[in-house]
Design a protein around this ligand. Sequence first.
Ligand SMILES: NC(=O)c1ccc[n+]([C@@H]2O[C@H](COP(=O)([O-])OP(=O)(O)OC[C@H]3O[C@@H](n4cnc5c(N)ncnc54)[C@H](O)[C@@H]3O)[C@@H](O)[C@H]2O)c1
Length: 274
Amino acid sequence: MGSVWAYEGRRVVVSGGGGAGMGAATVRHLAELGAETHVIDLKEPPIEVAGYHQVDLRDPDAIESAVDAIGGPVDALFNCAGLPGGKFSDFDTMLVNFVGLRLLTDLVSDHMTSGGAIASISSGAGAAWTANIAKWMPLVTTNGFAAGKQWLQEHPREIASGYAPSKEVIIVWTVWRSFELAKRGIRINCTSPGPTDTPMLPAFEEQVGKAFMDNYPIPLGRRATPDEQAYPLIFLNSPAAAAITGENILTDGGTMGAMAVGTLDLSAFALISE
Ligand SMILES: NC(=O)c1ccc[n+]([C@@H]2O[C@H](COP(=O)([O-])OP(=O)(O)OC[C@H]3O[C@@H](n4cnc5c(N)ncnc54)[C@H](O)[C@@H]3O)[C@@H](O)[C@H]2O)c1
C-alpha cells in the first residue's frame, strides 16, 4: 500500500471544480497528488484534467450523462459546486446545493467500491442543523431528484432564504446517509467553511453588506483561502481519514466553536447589524 495521503492512480470527481474557488483549488492540489480528475461545473477547470463535463446541477439528465461518461471505478467525490442564494431563487439554491448534489452523489457512489469516499462543502451558515433535523428529514428521505424537487416546490416556507437551509440539509443528509454507505465501506463527510476569499464572497457582501463580512468575527483573525478549504476536503477523501464518516468539520477559523462556549465577543455581530 502507498502513502495514506497519496492520490496516485485514484480516479476522482470534483463538482464545482471550475472557475477559481474551493473546488478549483481542490482540482489543482489533486493534480499535484497524482489523481485522475474529472470536473463537473458550468465553468471550465483551472488546469487540464482527465475530463471536463459542463453540467448544470439543476438538470438530472445532464448529471446522469456526465456520470455515465466518467464511468467507473471512482475512488472519491468532491461536492464543491454551490449557489450563494441572494439573487438566485430559494428554489434554485436548494436544487443545486442539495437535490443536484445528492443525485450526483447517488450516481457516482454506484461506481465506488469499499474504500470510496465523498466530501461535500456545507457552510457555517448551516450551523443550526442540529436544531432542524426533524424539519429536514422529510426532504432528506425523498427518493430521487424528481421527488426532492417536488418537496422543494411544495415547501416554500421551509426553504425561505435558500442558502442556510440548503447548507443545513447537506449536513443532516451527510450524517444520515453515512450509515447505509458504511455498509459498503464508503465514507461520507462534509466541511463547514466560514468566509473564504473566493469568487462567491462578493455575493455574500451584496446580501449582508460589506461591513458585516469585513467584521465577521474569526478567531484566527482572517478569512480562509481556497487552498485552505481544499486541504481538509482532500484529507477527508484520503485513506488517512479512514475512521471518519458522518462528520461535519468546521473549517471556519474558530468562529462556531468560540460562539458555542461564549469566548467570542458577539458585540462584533451587534455592531455590524446597526
Ligand atoms: N466563499 C465562502 O465564503 C463560502 C463559505 C462557506 C461555504 N461556501 C461554499 O463553498 C462552495 C464552493 O464555493 P466557492 O466559495 O468556492 O465559490 P465559487 O463560486 O468559486 O464556486 C462555486 C462553483 O459552483 C459552480 N456552480 C454554481 N452553480 C452551478 C450549477 N447549477 N451547476 C454546476 N455548477 C455550478 C460555479 O460555476 C462555481 O465554479 C459552495 O458550496 C459554497 O456555498 C463558500
